[in-house]
Ligand binder design. Structure first.
Ligand SMILES: [Zn+2]
Length: 540
């Protein structure tokens, strides 16, 4: 038999270090180059030399691309999609060790001389010799390395199942790679009459609490959405504060109520979402002035398990109405004491209402022009653009002020879960049994991967209402941000995440457990795929 290039733990370690050495921080040149390099590497395998068309580089956005690599067996329809992202977060926190952040072997050696700089858990792990440090080792180039190894082995041993490796950019920021890949997955499905059995991601295992050494597999992925608000007050001079109402004053009432709001926490199957928190609250004015600030904005982070955009907008609206009522009462109380006539009552409206008001007033063309002007500013990201579009429309519709305009700012990661799926349950049973038997590894199931992942986009179940609320209340929808909801709804296959164990993703002590990553997990996933392919007639 042909020698496997990535068939042993040592070889996988070498592959991982090479993938890590290709800098691919989100939004850098390295991220743009990365998938081409992986393609070159795969092209060297005998299977892809014989089937060069099974490799494909596809456009995402901003010159970034995603890679598909297909191992296909004749007359087999069952297909497992192996998902990974190849972008990493930045390396600033490494300080003077930054040049070594992408050289795991060197970095791990260097850290011995600076062990005092590490926190105690990382010190213990370094001394144990069981961990490899470096940016992207855990999150998540090891997932990609493992998938490459599996693809090679399947093609050499001719496993009776199709494997589609998909590796994408931009997971750490907006998931534009995965959102662009969805139509491609549908296209391949139609072209080859695939039956997608499973979307298998290889994101790393996160500890549930400090010191936790359990090995988790995830049968779902937590969702995230950002209800956001533009606060539009009435301007005045600081000398006459009650002749206006400032935006920070209005904002304070809503932010008080959104932060840690228990009605926005979900509890599903014994797991709960972290509470909502304010991600940003700011003035939209760019310079100091003695005119009171009358336009400001806030972004709130809300995690999801079962809820969709529509339900969040309904709850957000109720909370905002309570906030407006409290704000009005408080303001009117002061006006009464000071014998001043209030400037009006703060109202709450959704972005969709503001937009239809503006269309009625000026026509659709002008509204589109306002949006296009904001979109033309390349220094603004999608969050800033969302706020600025609402702001520009409010400037033209001041009869609505003072007001709180509710909207969604990107990104939106729908929650996804396959805990009830028979195949996923069989996979869990298999991993649990074999983990213990072969490696004395206690495997536990978690229903929602808590680190946000691209699995959010592969399996969306909804009657259409939940996403309509998102579209119509996202100011940048259809121009700089879209989610292929229709295509996602057509990709009905269960999701599962089985990845290597590591610690401190996104921190300078990011590290990967080597035995788990190079031996245990690849062997378990291989066995699991073989189990799926051999039982494909038994499991519907
Ligand atoms: Zn990741």
């Amino acid at each position: 038999m042909e020698q496997l290039r990535w068939g042993t733990p040592d070889k996988l370690r070498g592959l991982l270090c090479e993938l890590v050495s290709w800098h691919s921080m989100t939004l850098t040149e390295g991220e743009r180059e990365f998938p081409g390099k992986v393609q070159e590497m795969l092209r060297d395998l005998q299977y892809f030399r014989d089937n060069p068309n099974n490799l494909g580089l596809n456009e995402a956005d901003l010159g970034r691309r995603f890679l598909t690599a297909l191992y296909k067996q004749k007359d087999v329809k069952d297909t497992i999609v192996l998902i990974s992202h190849f972008d990493t977060v930045n390396t600033e926190e490494y300080g003077d060790l930054q040049p070594f952040a992408y050289q795991p072997e060197e970095l791990t050696k260097l850290l011995f001389d600076r062990i005092d700089e590490l926190h105690s858990d990382a010190q213990v792990d370094l001394l144990s010799g069981q961990y490899l440090f470096g940016r992207g080792t855990m999150d998540m180039k090891m997932g990609l390395a493992m998938h490459m190894g599996l693809l090679e082995k399947a093609s050499v041993e001719k496993w009776p199942i199709n494997l589609l490796l998909l590796t994408v950019p931009d997971e750490e920021v907006n998931s534009s790679g995965m959102r662009a890949a969805i139509p491609k997955l549908l296209e391949l499905k139609e072209e080859h009459c695939f039956h997608y059995k499973l979307f298998l991601n290889g994101e790393p295992v996160f500890t549930q609490e400090p010191g936790d050494r359990s090995y988790y597999i995830y049968s779902g992925s937590i969702g995230k959405i950002m209800p956001s608000a533009l606060f539009y007050g009435k301007e005045t001079h600081v000398g006459e504060p009650l002749s206006g109402i400032s935006a920070p004053y209005i904002a304070s009432f809503l932010t008080q109520r959104m932060e840690w709001n228990l009605s926005l926490q979900e509890n599903v199957m014994g797991e709960s979402t972290p509470l909502p928190v304010t991600l940003q609250q700011k003035d939209l004015r760019l310079e100091y002035s003695v005119q009171t600030p009358y336009r400001s904005a806030a972004l709130y982070n809300v995690f999801l398990m079962k809820r969709k955009a529509e339900e969040i907008m309904e709850k957000f609206e109720i909370i905002a109405q309570e906030a407006a009522m409290a704000c009005n009462q408080s303001y009117q109380g002061v006006c009464l004491k000071q014998s001043v006539k209030p400037v009006g009552e703060v109202r709450v409206l959704r972005f969709e209402d503001l937009q239809s008001h503006a269309i009625q007033k000026f026509g659709r063309e002008l509204v589109e022009k306002v949006k296009a002007e904001v979109q033309a500013n390349f220094n603004w990201d999608d969050r800033e653009k969302s706020l600025r579009i609402a702001d520009s429309l409010m400037i033209e519709c001041q009869e609505l002020a003072p007001a709180i305009v509710l909207m969604f700012a990107p990104p939106y990661y729908p929650a996804v879960n396959s805990s009830d799926d028979l195949l996923v349950n069989n996979c869990f049973k298999y991993l649990k049994e074999k983990g213990l038997e072969k490696f004395a590894l206690p495997v536990k199931q978690v229903h929602f991967f808590n680190g946000i992942s691209d699995l959010s986009y592969v399996n969306y179940q909804d009657d259409g209402k939940g996403w309509t609320a998102f579209k119509v209340n996202s100011p940048v929808w259809g121009s700089s941000y879209t989610i292929p909801f229709d295509e996602m709804a057509q990709l009905q296959a269960p999701v599962l995440n089985v990845g290597p164990f590591g610690k401190d993703a996104h921190r300078r002590t990011e590290r990967l457990h080597m035995k788990n990553a190079f031996e245990e997990v690849p062997a378990l996933v291989e066995g699991m795929i073989k189990m799926i392919s051999s039982s494909r007639n038994k499991i519907p």
